[in-house]
Design a protein around this ligand. Sequence first.
Ligand code: SF4
Length: 377
Amino acid sequence: MWFLNRPDAANVWKNPEIKERYRRYSGILDGKNHARYLITKRIPVNISLEEPLEKLWEEHDKIAKEFDDYLEKIAQEEDSLKNMAIPEISFLDLKEKIALEILKDCHFCERRCKTNRKEGKVGFCRLGEDSILSSAFLHSGEESVLVPSGTIFFAGCTFTCVFCQNSDISQEWCDESRENISGGVIVSPKKVALMAQRLWKEGAKNINFVGGDPTPNLHTIISSLKEMNENITMLWNSNMYQSLEATKLLLEVMDFWLPDFKFWENEFAKQMSGINQYREVVTRNIKMAYTQGSGEVLIRHLIIPGRVEKDTYPILEWCSKEIPKSLVNIMEQYRPQYLVQRDPDKYRMINRRIYPEELKNATKKADELNILWKPVS
Ligand code: SF4
């Protein structure tokens, strides 16, 4: 039983500050609030889905601006979800259609490969139209506020972190030719929905979309929501390198955000994870989730050896200033794995665990900045 080895998970909700900061999530757990995706199913769209993508986005953005009004009316009981009819074409249908259009010219992440994945071509992440499921289970190792978490792991990633702790599903889930897939099985949206329903029945507090990274699977995830009706928190557990367009699709369906925020210096991010403009993209997306989405965010910051001053401090300063009501998990579990382990001379600087002093300095800084980290670290 998950709660036997996680007494912190049972106790964390007694903390009034946590209850306040995660008010909507807590309300969904208590059955008082509705998961956002359930509301998107009931908002009508007055446009044919055959219109060009530009028109679909215009309609999407117009409804997105009104979304908080729908939430407010339901919260004030001026309107009830039960009384809201399912429209012929819903906001969720519109999101699904846009996601499927993006797949034809893939820009789910800021690599913007522009490949037609609908025709089976693959981009940098090596994923075509199909999503590959690695595993799905009730996870008792996540942060206290999240467990047990109904975790759905997709194979494939938009990053190539040299120290990846999950390289079997992020990088090595298939061979170069992509003919042999060892890291999972093809999964349909319906199957994802069935797994989410099973996890919900088993007691999951949330459905936790992760990988690898969930971003290349956005079309599958949105389509799976159409097959579900359970009032459960939808959680985006990601490197947050998704494109602006992908973030906009996510804002009204995700209730809780669990972003990684590892690097501050772009040059180091490029060396470690092979991506450009890390800081600009990730801070943009986190800020959008905080100000335009549910606002309920838990940052995961992995301390990297030798990088406390260059990355940890400025990241904590940014969090304290820009997303002050979020919690931060200050993670000490860095291990030299994957390419670092295979070529330790090349990665000498990061070929070690972090020193106790580095953790001490990171948490001291978080305390100085009044960041709430202890209940989730
Ligand atoms: S998800 Fe990103 S890496 Fe994968 S094909 Fe699309 S743009 Fe490229």
